[in-house]
Design a protein around this ligand. Structure first.
Ligand code: PMP
Length: 393
């Protein structure tokens, strides 16, 4: 009998998988399900980017169809450095401080693999993107979930982490704008995080996958590298999945500390072949027009957010509008004992799928995450069904 390795056996069950199984049963029964459970954008990638991919596929003069170089396409890396400079006023050396990724998920996981020995401690701000917990488990790390609480605007209180945990921690992972809470980082928090990292010799992984989904016209997310300007203690991960709805294309990148980027490249060189070159070229087209393209996407999510929250407010939910991301983080009604119980009941009575907060780490309990990945009409229908089924906060 083939036995799985310890690192696989210790993986917890994927809680969201149960929700998706329940959704699929409803679909089989012919229920008109509204799926707000997954963060899977429903928008089409920008036309210009699709055209750039076509052109790259057709271009026989280039070697687009061959194995890409492990370190990534130099022109794409230069485009990333130009974008960082324009967007964040941070300068990057494309050759050594930038690395294209097959989506940021693989980079986050391989970065942990490259830096954590079994038993090493990683601090993960929680609730969080569930893949962080899975990847750290596979790396056989000791995970300390740093609570993100509403009363602290979902920012971690670094001073509350026990001293013995801080002492043994090697990495800290933060994600702002945040999945699932929609919270955003303040300058003061990033400054404190930088000091905390330097004082305690802890390396920062900053995930800014949602930095260009601004739902508030005044809000503009910052990069942690604006604070760690010398890239002493951080690496940042970014994705084309949310800003450009290119999640199926698998494109992201990491940038920051040279040694950290080098270690990530080393492990990737041994495990994958990097990103399809035609996709890297299409990525250049996306970055060239990033401001206009992301403004258009943000506009769509902003309108959806307002439709949903307007309707929910009438049902007694007082939700603080998120300034960024494509998520609404909603407290479950007081009459429910757990987010899973509420999610099950909601699906049963309305056909609406949302993700239970517990699926995002232990500090996600008491909430559900709603993805704004359906049309305004479907969100109006969602609110109507919730009202008709008698759900109030
Ligand atoms: N980080 C966060 C916070 C996410 O929510 C996601 C996807 N949902 C990712 C990273 C992974 O994105 P991708 O691998 O598509 O770049």
């Amino acid at each position: 009998m083939l036995e799985a390795a310890d690192k696989i056996r210790s993986l917890p069950p994927y809680i969201l998988a149960e929700v998706f199984a329940a959704r699929d049963r409803k679909l089989e029964q012919g229920v008109d399900v509204i799926d707000l459970g997954v963060g899977n954008p429903d928008l089409r990638p920008p036309e210009k980017v699709i055209r750039a991919l076509h052109d790259s596929l057709d271009d026989v003069t280039r070697e687009n169809h061959r194995y890409p170089s492990f370190a990534g396409l130099p022109e794409f890396k230069a485009a990333i450095a130009r974008w960082y400079s324009k967007r964040f006023n941070v300068s990057l050396e494309p050759g050594s401080e930038v690395l294209p990724l097959i989506g940021s998920k693989e980079g986050l996981a391989k970065f942990m693999m490259a830096h954590l020995n079994a038993g090493d401690t990683i601090l993960i701000a929680s609730p969080c993107y569930p893949a962080y917990l899975g990847a750290a488990t596979v790396a056989q790390a000791s995970i300390y979930e740093v609570p993100l609480l509403e009363e602290n605007d979902f920012l971690p209180r670094l001073e509350d982490i026990p001293a013995e945990v801080v002492k043994r921690a090697k990495l800290i992972l933060v994600n702002y704008p945040n999945n699932p809470t929609g919270a955003v980082a303040t300058d003061d928090f990033y400054e404190r995080l930088r000091k905390f990292a330097l004082e305690n010799d802890i390396f920062v992984m900053s995930d800014i996958a949602y930095c260009d989904l601004s739902l508030d016209s005044k809000f503009r997310a910052r990069s942690f590298l604006e604070f760690d300007r010398n890239k002493e203690t951080s690496i940042e991960f970014h994705s084309f999945s949310k800003s450009f709805s290119m999640q199926g294309w698998r494109l992201g990148f990491a940038c920051g500390n040279k040694t950290a980027v080098g270690n990530l490249l080393k492990i990737k060189t041994n495990m994958d072949f990097g990103v399809f070159m035609a996709v890297q070229r299409a990525g250049m087209a996306a970055l060239e027009d990033s401001e206009a393209l992301t403004a258009a996407v943000s506009d769509v999510y902003r309108k959806r957010r307002d439709v949903l929250l307007g309707g929910l407010r009438k049902n007694g939910w007082d939700v603080r509008p998120p300034s960024a991301t494509m998520y609404v983080w909603l407290k479950i009604p007081r009459s429910y004992a757990s987010s899973a119980e509420f999610t099950g009941d909601l699906l049963e009575k309305t056909g609406v799928v949302v993700a239970p907060g517990i699926g995002f780490g232990k500090y996600g309990e008491g909430y559900v995450r709603i993805s704004l990945t359906v049309s305004e009409e479907r969100l109006v229908e969602t609110v109507k069904r919730i009202r008709e089924a008698g759900f109030t906060y």
